[in-house]
Design a protein. Sequence first.
Length: 452
Amino acid sequence: MEQIKKALNESPAMRWGILLLVGFVLSVNYYFYDAFSTLKDDMRTVFGFTGTDYGLFSAFYSVPNTFLMMAVIGGIILDKIGIRRTGFLFVFFMTIGALLTGYGASDYFNNGGFGYEFMGSFLPRFSPELKVMLLGRFFFGLGAETTIVVVSKILVKWFKGKDLALAFGLKVGFGRLGSFAALRLSPLISNEGTNLSSAIWLGAILVSIGLLAFLVYMLFDAKLDSQIQENTSEKSENKFSFKDITGLISNRAYLYIALLCVTFYSAVFPFIQYAPDFFSDKFGLTSVESGNLTSYLPVGTLIFTPVFGALIDRKGKSASAMIFGAITLLVTHLLFALTNTPPIIPLILLGISFALVPAAMWPTMVKLVDENKIGTAYGLMYSIQNLGLFIFPLLAGTILDATNPGNPAVSDYTATILMFAAVSLIGLIFALLLKYEDKKKHFGVELPLNKK
Ligand SMILES: N[C@@H](Cc1c[nH]cn1)C(=O)NCC(=O)O
C-alpha cells in the first residue's frame, strides 16, 4: 500500500509560520499604502501639493486595478500560473513602485537629478516630483493589490477547514500593524517636513525587504506542491474562461459582497488617508498627535479582527456581522461630521466596524466560490473595490478644496465627512441584501467556517 506523507500544511507550526512570513509581506504593503497620510501637510509645505494633488496621489494607487483591471487580471493569472510566479511578479511591481515614489520625493531628484528636466517638460500643471510619485504610486498599486489576492489564496491553500477565518483575521492584523507603524513613524521621521524624503524612503526599503520574504515563502510553497502532487497524483490544470467572471457576477450573493466591499472600504481607507489632517484641523492637534490618534485604529483592529475571525470560524453569523459593522461605520461618520464628540469615541466605533466587516467578508468567499476560482473572485472584488479607492480620495480632495478655497492650513471637513457617511449608508443596504439573498439561496453565509 502506498504511504501517504503528511503534507506541510498539516502541521500547525508550519501553517502559523507561513502566516508570519506572508503577514510580513502584507505589513510592508500596508506600511507604504498608509505612510503618506500623516505627511499630507508636509507635502503641502515642501512640494506645494494641494488637497487635489494629494487626493490624486492617493487615488493613483487604484488606477491600474480599476482602469486596467489589473487586480482581476492578477487573480486570473494567479489561478492559471500559480502562487509562486504570480506572487513574485506582483511583489516585484510593488517594490519598483515604492522605490520610484521614493525617488520622486528625493532631494537628489528635486535638485535636478536624473529625469527631472524631462518630467518638467510636459503637463506643467503637475510638478516633476508629483509626476514621478504618481508613476510610483501606479506601480505600487498594481503590485500591492494583486499581492493581497496572492496572500489570500496562500491562506486558503494552507488553512482551508483549519481556522481559516482566524488566519484571515490575523492576515488583516498584519496589514494593520503596517498601517500602525506608518502612522507612528512617518511624522516622527519627517519632522514637520525637514526629513520628508527619508520618511518615504524608509517605506520603500521595507517593501524591498518584503520581496526577500516572499522569495523565502516560495521555497515552502514549492515543497507543499510537490507533497500535494505526490499524495493525490493530481495535476492542477486551470483554464481561464470568461464564464468564470460572468458566473461570479451573476451570483447575487457575490455581487452584494463585492458592492459592500467597495462602499465599505471607500468610506474607510480614503477617510484614513485624510484622518490625521482632519484631526489636526478640527481638534487642533499637531501632526504627531493626530498621527498617534489615527494609529489607535489599526491597533484596535489588529487585536479584534482575529478575535472576530475566531468567533466566525466557530459560530458563523457573517452576514449579521457585516450589517452590524456597516451600521457602526455610518454612526461613526455622522459623529465626526456633525458633532464635537471627542474623536476617540467615533474612532473606537470605527475600529469595531473595521475589525468586524473584514473578519466576516473575506473568508465568506469560500462559501460562494470553488478554491480553484478563488484568485479570480478576490481579484475581481479588488478591482471593483479599487474603483471606490480611486474615486473617493479624489472626491474628498475636490470637496475639501471646494469648501476651503485658497489651500488654507486649516480646513473645514464637514462636507467631506458627510460624503463618507452617505457611502456608508449605501454599504449598509448591500449588507442587508446579502443577508436576504443568503436566506433565500442557502449559501451558508451565516454558518460557522470550521469543519466539524
Ligand atoms: N485592497 C486593499 C486596500 C489596501 C489598504 N491598505 C493597503 N491596501 C484592501 O481592501 N484590504 C483589505 C483590508 O481589510 O485591509
